[in-house]
Design a protein. Structure first.
Length: 98
């Protein structure tokens, strides 16, 4: 894995747990792509989600359910950030990894 994590000064609204990057995402995404999306996800910015899905995520933060965000790199690559319901793990992946 060649990803380098940059420590960001953010106040998360939920715990990320262990952060995992799939092999495909690690190969295609830059560390900046990953860190920016992770910071947005952890602060409740769900990226390119539809309004309904944003509201579902907002409720999921309160109820302890799974969270799913959609982001796009400056080069146009779409990728996801998903946090499990128990907040044990957050995975950064490409849609094709799912």
């Amino acid at each position: 894995m060649n990803t380098k994590l940059i420590i960001l000064a953010i106040t998360p609204v939920f715990s990320a747990g262990v952060i995992v990057v799939t092999a495909n995402a690690d190969r295609i995404l830059t560390p900046s792509d990953i860190n920016s999306a992770l910071a947005r996800h952890l602060t409740g910015d769900w990226g390119e989600q539809y309004t309904h899905d944003r509201l579902v995520n907002d409720e999921a933060v309160k109820l302890g359910e799974r969270l799913h965000s959609i982001y796009r790199t400056p080069r146009g690559t779409v990728f996801w950030v998903m946090t499990e319901w128990d907040r044990s793990c957050t995975t950064i992946l490409l849609p094709s990894d799912y």
